[in-house]
Ligand binder design. Structure first.
Ligand SMILES: Nc1ncnc2c1ncn2[C@@H]1O[C@H](COP(=O)(O)OP(=O)(O)OP(=O)(O)O)[C@@H](O)[C@H]1O
Ligand SMILES: [Mg+2]
Length: 341
């Protein structure tokens, strides 16, 4: 069993003015010690909601979260249960989660079970902050350093898993590269497991051991990073990986995809991706494909890539349309070919 296991997670929000949004619609994911799992997908697909579900910050409408064998329940106003202290979340915007009026050292010490100056100095060193940082205030630091402070604060709790929501967004390229390398070092040296949510596919490719691709609340593909990059099995992953970085560096443009991400309050029928999919055929609008294992630890949710099939190029995959499981043909096959068999 993995250190952190999210199974069939469903999260609903109530919209102001009425109506329900199913932000996460049955998504699974696991994070093992010493590995980095990348979670990617367009804005609004439910990444942050899944991150919040992982640490018990939103109520679940379905599914379960297990951390080191303990059930993670949505937090009440009571203190965080002791067995969950080793599961930490670093928020999308570190500046808003740091108190501007308190010195860094005491904010890092908040995370410690038994606060000591020596341990605060130790975690500062781990993330490459000078010891003198402890006596300063958040505004005295650059974006990259503030992100290190947020990571130091999470590390103070001696966690086994950290969920990082867009930890590198809004940093310049060199700060991003430094922090990405730091994350890899921390995973290797401390045996941490990281769930890394990022718009930046280049960084995910660089640091993540495995990747999960999310679309409109569901996982459409998961697998080891390099194989997914060299031959994406889901048409959505294919479009993302072929996507062009945004000129302002904050995201990516899946240019080959027509249309916008649909409203999760009214998801398309069948495969949620079918209205934007260049390979869609009749079955795709009628039935939702499940995430099934294809080969070598790779899974995809696509009617063109049946369970246990050989990972196929897009052109070859189209041939799978000819024999979708469970489809009955209206036309009888020619009898002579049957006789030959
Ligand atoms: N508090 C909320 N109330 C109602 N709807 C919400 C709330 N938070 C998120 N949503 C909706 O849930 C969906 C998923 O949002 P979420 O923030 O999880 O996406 P995301 O993948 O993290 O996006 P981004 O990449 O922009 O951070 C979106 O449609 C969003 O509008
Ligand atoms: Mg988000």
């Amino acid at each position: 069993m993995s250190t952190l296991e999210l199974k069939d997670i469903v999260v609903d929000y109530e919209r102001r003015g009425g109506g329900r949004v199913r932000a996460v619609a049955g998504a699974s994911l696991s994070v093992d010690a010493g590995t980095i799992v990348g979670l990617v997908g367009e804005s609004g697909c439910g990444k942050s909601t899944l991150a919040r579900a992982a640490v018990g910050l939103v109520p679940l409408a379905g599914g379960s979260v297990q951390f080191e064998g303990h059930q993670v329940n949505p937090l009440t106003r009571r203190a965080r249960p002791a067995e969950l202290v080793k599961l930490q979340l670093v928020f999308q915007n570190p500046y808003s989660s740091l108190n501007p009026r308190r010195k860094i050292g005491s904010q890092i010490a908040d995370g410690l079970a038994s606060p000591s100056a020596a341990r605060v100095a130790e975690v500062c060193e781990l993330v490459g902050l000078p010891a003198s940082a402890q006596g300063r205030y958040p505004h005295e630091f650059s974006g990259g350093q503030r992100q290190r402070i947020a990571i130091a604060r999470a590390l103070a709790a001696d966690p086994s898993v950290i969920v990082l929501d867009e930890p590198l967004a809004s940093l310049d390229a060199s700060a991003q590269a430094q922090l990405a390398n730091l994350l890899v070092e921390l995973t290797r040296e401390l045996g941490l497991g990281l769930l890394l949510i990022s718009h930046d596919l280049a960084i995910v490719r660089h640091v993540a051991d495995s990747v999960s691709v999310m679309y409109l609340g569901v996982m459409v593909e998961t697998g080891p990073t390099l194989p997914v990059w060299s031959l994406p099995l889901h048409p959505y992953s294919e479009a993302l990986i072929g996507a062009v970085p945004h000129p302002d560096g904050t995201g990516f443009l899946p240019e080959s995809l027509p249309g916008e991400v649909p409203d999760p309050a009214r998801p398309p029928s069948g495969c949620r991706f079918h209205p934007r999919c260049p390979y869609a055929f009749d079955r795709c609008s009628a039935e939702e494909p499940e995430l099934v294992e294809i080969a070598d630890g790779r899974s995809a949710a696509c009617w063109l890539q049946p369970a246990g099939s050989v990972p196929a190029l897009p052109g070859e995959r189209a041939a799978n349309r000819a024999v979708p499981a469970g489809v009955t043909y209206r036309q009888e096959p020619p009898t002579d070919s049957l006789e030959e068999m």
